[in-house]
Design a protein around this ligand. Structure first.
Ligand code: SF4
Length: 681
């Protein structure tokens, strides 16, 4: 007898042009940070998604020629025959597991910079490139240039087909494509047949779609990745304006519509600013104007929501970039009825920030991402031990929980002790702040998994000193006791304690996370530059405080440029009534007045009254227990923030890596696989 699951509909095949996807899970193109220089890692990462059940796995943006050189951003390349072996290997890794292989071939247009190749940047108009900080300008393409681009795109599509790809993209999304730039009223200033009215601005996209279908359409599906709306952009597309018009004009030309919103910060919005399914309001009309299948994204992790989207005819395929990073095995877990085993994306964009910084991905939830080839790690499988040890993990924060889970999966007997009433450490504490509720998933996933295992015991409200740890007589101890914020003002711009009167009310994030209630005028001095300063300023303002946030750098929450949140953070601060100041270094605080000097000239430029001074600077590891234990025994490790304070992702990775090291993993230490440059002799 066949048993039916409410999720069966997600595992129906979908015809996409001449190919058939085995199910409705579609790992959409996203950058991995490996780029063309580190192909082994990218191939293994994509192969892992196919193993995890994604019916389509797509490679990232792949430059079609040297005049679309996106360096310093690590993209893939399909410039010439020399790139083919990588693509063939990539296709093999994906198809081995029954998935379709897709590739997003693209020309960056006015987003290219050609710093490597020295060729002129090209686009529809004579304009500066769309990277305002770069001193590069693009030139307007003439008709001959346009013909050359079409031929270049056709050649790349044929190469992609010959490499074995099943789905080949035409890319007109994220303001990252020459085709988007021709469509754009903002940057297409042409007066010929490629400029002016919408029909003219869409002409090149239509021609490229037809070129691609004619060249490879008998064997490959041709997908169009298209941003239907560009919220916040001057003269941008709107889903009820030209965005919709374009879909109506091209409705059945592509074999698949892959739809989203532009630009990248809108498409990859974080959970702090957007809910699961946040793009649906923009793309839910698409299926009503085309007969072709539609894939959409929106950080979908709920199978019930996915089923609803299919049943209601909103989407045909469930697109995932970040959900497929956080859990490459999401489809298989749904198919096997293991929904509670899904490691849900928390929407933090640590993945995005690695890629934006030009390095292979890191993920807060999945410490094995981008380590598939480098360290041989698998997101689900851990090598079982033949000789189980009795292990004590002190501290149930992100590092401790991940370490305990990895050790328990390997078959060790694991005991976790936690001094607080609840486990989860900073992931739980921070999840109570405005906008960070999804952080709790870091703890929730691991606690559920640990709760299912007979070889795990956990004791809450159990603070251990060195003597009690020794009495426990574990074979090995992992100390994961976290860190605390400094109160002396030492931070990135102050390497010495600050000049602050002793009667000043100094607070740190630990006070707020610990539940301290304050009121009145608060200065948040953010010398950490990640998310916490902005979060706390907003949080305190929403609780009635009169808040100023001050940064010694040129922008508030500077690192969040890489998580794509920075402009939203400033808008949120503004809307919360928080006043903000940049380029100001705190030089003195006394008698209820804080003095700030200019970051460049040392001159005093700002005075602010305050009742509380909230300092975000450095953190110190809580490592006293470890130091005591380490004097008595070699069988002790310190991990996570208590080894070196960092972001939650780093703590999870640390917990995982140290557990693997303990288990004898030869690639978990300082030696691992790496792509190396080849010398020509
Ligand atoms: Fe999701 Fe954060 Fe992992 Fe990215 S890093 S996939 S946003 S959990």
């Amino acid at each position: 007898m066949t048993t039916h699951s409410p999720y069966d509909i997600l595992f129906e095949p979908v015809q996409i042009g001449p190919v058939e996807a085995p199910n409705r899970f579609y790992a959409v193109p996203h950058a991995t940070g490996h780029g063309h220089l580190q192909p082994n890692g990218a191939i293994a990462l994509r192969g892992m998604k196919a193993e995890g059940g994604w019916g389509v796995v797509a490679a990232q943006m792949t430059e079609i020629g040297p005049d679309s050189d996106m360096a310093n951003h690590p993209m893939d390349r399909i410039w010439d025959k020399g790139d083919q072996p990588i693509h063939k290997r990539q296709v093999e890794a994906i198809k081995k597991h029954g998935a379709l292989a897709a590739i997003e071939i693209a020309h960056g247009g006015l987003r290219a910079r050609n710093l490597t190749t020295g060729l002129p940047v090209q686009g529809p108009s004579n304009l500066p490139i769309i990277r305002p900080e770069m001193p590069v300008q693009g030139r307007a393409m003439n008709l001959k240039d346009i013909r050359a681009f079409r031929n270049q795109h056709k050649r790349a599509a044929i190469s992609a087909r010959d490499a074995g790809f099943d789905i080949v993209y035409v890319y007109a999304a994220h303001d990252l494509s020459i085709l988007s730039h021709f469509i754009s009223r903002s940057v297409n200033h042409r007066t010929d047949e490629y400029g002016g009215c919408l029909e003219n601005r869409v002409r090149l996209l239509r021609e490229v779609l037809i070129d691609t279908k004619e060249a490879i359409g008998d064997q490959c599906a041709v997908a169009l990745r298209f941003s239907v709306a560009e919220p916040g952009k001057n003269l941008g597309l709107t889903h009820d304006g030209e965005g919709r018009d374009i879909i109506e004009m091209l409705a059945d030309l592509p074999d698949l519509w892959d739809v989203n919103i532009s630009s990248w910060p809108n498409d990859s919005a974080t959970s702090r600013f957007s809910e699961e399914g946040f793009q649906l309001g923009y793309v839910d009309f698409v299926k009503s104007v085309t007969d072709k299948p539609v894939v959409g994204v929106g950080r979908f992790t709920s199978p019930d929501k996915m089923v609803s989207l299919i049943k209601r005819g909103v989407l045909d395929l469930i697109g995932g970039a970040r959900p497929s990073i956080a859990d490459p095995f999401l489809p298989n877990k749904i198919r096997e009825g293991r929904v509670e085993d899904i490691r849900e994306c928390i929407g933090c964009n640590m993945c995005v920030c690695s890629d934006a910084y030009g390095v292979p991905l890191r993920c807060t939830q999945n410490p094995t991402i981008a380590e598939e080839w480098r360290r041989g790690w698998h997101p689900e499988n851990v090598v079982k031990t033949n000789s189980p040890s009795n292990i004590l993990v002190v501290g149930a924060g992100p590092a401790g929980l991940e370490c305990a889970l990895t050790l328990a999966r390997a078959g060790h007997e694991v005991t976790i002790s936690e001094r607080r009433k609840e486990a989860g450490g900073r992931a739980i504490l921070e999840s109570r702040l405005t906008g960070l509720s999804a952080w709790s998933r870091v703890a929730d996933y691991r606690l559920y998994q640990l709760g299912q295992m007979a070889n795990v015991s956990m004791y809450l409200e159990s603070e251990l000193d060195a003597a009690s740890v020794t009495d426990f007589n574990a074979d090995h101890v992992f100390v994961s006791t976290g860190s605390h914020w400094r109160r002396d003002g030492i931070g990135k711009s102050h390497m010495q304690p600050m000049d602050i009167d002793t009667d000043v009310s100094i607070l740190t994030p630990d006070d707020i996370l610990g539940g301290k209630l304050i009121s009145g005028k608060v200065i948040v001095y953010d010398d950490e530059h990640n998310y916490m300063g902005g979060v706390l300023a907003t949080h305190l303002a929403s609780n009635g405080c009169n808040v100023s946030i001050v940064s010694p750098l040129q922008m508030i929450s500077a690192w969040t440029e890489f998580t794509l949140e920075q402009p939203r953070i400033v808008r949120q601060l503004h809307n919360s009534g928080v006043d903000w100041h940049v380029n100001n270094i705190l030089s003195r605080a006394s008698n209820g007045v804080a003095e700030f000097s200019c970051a460049y000239t040392d001159s005093k430029i700002l005075e602010l009254p305050f009742e509380h001074l909230l300092l975000l600077g450095g953190r110190l590891p809580n490592d006293n227990l470890y130091k005591e234990l380490a004097q008595q025994s070699d069988n002790v490790n310190v991990i996570g923030d208590s080894l070196v304070p960092g972001i939650i992702q780093a703590a999870v990775h640390s917990g995982h890596r140290h557990a693997k090291l303990f288990c004898g993993d030869p690639l978990a230490g300082e030696t691992f696989n790496r792509d190396q440059a080849r010398l020509f002799v």
